[in-house]
Design a binder for this molecule. Structure first.
Ligand SMILES: Cc1cc2nc3c(=O)[nH]c(=O)nc-3n(C[C@H](O)[C@H](O)[C@H](O)COP(=O)(O)OP(=O)(O)OC[C@H]3O[C@@H](n4cnc5c(N)ncnc54)[C@H](O)[C@@H]3O)c2cc1C
Length: 394
């Protein structure tokens, strides 16, 4: 490691020791900008301090709320944050999805208007891509956006809007020209959700919680300045945003913050439920499964680091699709291994017979069913890998 990087590590360590409140060290809520969710004072303070330092979006340019860190410094910062077990100060679609997209495609005015707000976590962002007849076949989307001179008028519906009930803003892929071939009449526009023309209706998820919504647009309006990229070029812009999304799911996001929550190590949990024999988990088959998972997770982490280090451009590459597919598999396996360790106790839904952790393990297992669906299904990622990485014919 160079002396400059070592100096950066020491300065970072000292700053974090002084500025990271004790109560944000360990698992807990990570803000994502929603004005509808009240923050604990220490969480708000941590966000404020990190945003002032430019460390909510460490690699963004300083004029837009970042710290202009190099890839190597970004990785050191992440290591130092993890070293003290601190939570990320901010996450969400603002800094992770739409932020880097505005940075790449926005005009100078749009960058100046939006990026510092994303970096400070001012406003919670939702994603308006999917429609009832447009999921994997996203270009089939029908939501209309009509230029009315002063404003855009929006009519239509989006579905599977995560966090819809807490959203302040939504970025939508919309149809701006229905006469053109379907990929050529789409645009990406930013819409304020707090207006009479936008209505959200929660959908109940299998895991129980329900911030997940249908979103209806009935004569809603959007500012003419808030269309990102050229009109009718939204397919290119929107696909890039999806790559940013997948780079978060694949753990190779360098635009915003990687979120990693520390929890009790699986082997310790397994020893408690299954028992110990000679200091090891007392079930050989389970041990083998756990070791396989841990080796895969370790190899996955090393691959993530290699991809981050090797990616020259700021924007993600097709490696994100590979990491998304494998990451989804390991996330599901980790949830299943946890339940297998807990046995019947890992299937609790409610009631006195189960601890909170046991009920959480079950809800977590159910919610991990979605990781191979959202952000583009694993089948669609495999199609992308086949075409773009392996060069196979359509
Ligand atoms: C928890 C969760 C959160 C989500 N959050 C959001 C959100 O915030 N905003 C948003 O816009 N969307 C969101 N989505 C929607 C998500 O992006 C879509 O569910 C996903 O793209 C799949 O679309 P679909 O559900 O319409 O399934 P379909 O596209 O109908 O696919 C059904 C099945 O067919 C397969 N399939 C389809 N086409 C092909 C093909 N060409 N080749 C091979 N297999 C294929 C799929 O892989 C899948 O298994 C979320 C979904 C989930 C589960």
């Amino acid at each position: 490691m160079t002396t400059e990087l070592e100096d950066f590590r020491q300065e970072t360590r000292a700053w974090l020791a002084e500025n990271c409140p004790e109560s944000v060290r360990g698992p807990g809520f990570i803000p994502w900008g929603s004005s509808k969710i009240e923050l604990e004072p220490d969480t708000a303070l941590w966000l404020e301090r990190m945003a002032a330092k430019g460390w909510t979006v460490p690699t963004w340019p300083t004029e837009f709320g970042g710290a202009g860190l190099s890839r190597a410094e970004y990785m050191v910062l992440g290591e130092e944050i993890r070293r003290i077990g601190a939570r990320a100060p901010l996450t969400g679609r603002g800094i992770n999805y739409i932020g880097p997209t505005v940075l790449e495609f926005g005009t100078e005015e749009q960058k100046a208007k939006w990026l510092p707000r994303f970096a400070r976590g001012e406003g919670g962002w939702c994603m308006g891509y999917s429609e009832p007849a447009a999921g994997s076949d996203l270009a089939n989307l029908q939501m209309r956006c009509v230029d009315e001179g002063d404003v855009y008028r929006l009519n239509g519906m989006k579905i599977w809007t995560s966090d819809g009930i807490y959203g302040d803003w939504i970025f939508c892929l919309v149809r701006t020209d229905s006469q053109k071939p379907k990929h050529e009449g789409i645009s990406l526009v930013l819409v304020n959700m707090d207006q009479p023309g936008v209505r959200v209706r929660p959908i109940r998820l299998i895991s129980g919680s329900s911030p997940f919504c249908e979103t209806f647009f009935e004569d809603a309006i959007a500012d003419k300045d808030d269309l990102i990229g050229p009109v009718n070029q939204g397919w290119t812009v929107g696909k890039r945003l999806l790559q940013y999304e997948r780079s978060v799911h694949g753990g190779v996001n360098t635009s915003g913050q990687q979120v990693e929550q520390k929890s009790e190590p699986l082997p310790d949990i397994a020893k408690r439920y299954i028992g110990e024999a000679g200091g090891r988990i007392a079930d050989e088959a389970f041990r083998t499964r756990l070791v396989n998972l841990e080796m895969n997770q370790h190899a996955y982490k090393l691959t993530q680091r290699r991809v981050i280090a090797e990616t020259e451009a700021r924007a993600p590459t097709t490696a994100t699709s590979i990491l998304k597919v494998k990451g989804a598999e390991f996330t599901k396996e980790a949830a299943e291994v946890l339940q297998a360790a807990m046995g019947c106790q890992g299937f609790g839904w409610e009631g006195d017979g189960f601890t909170d952790d046991e009920i959480d393990a079950n809800a977590n297992w159910l919610s991990t069913r979605a990781v191979s669906i959202y952000g583009g299904t694993s089948e669609i990622q495999r199609n992308i890998i086949a075409k773009r990485v392996l060069g196979l014919p359509d």
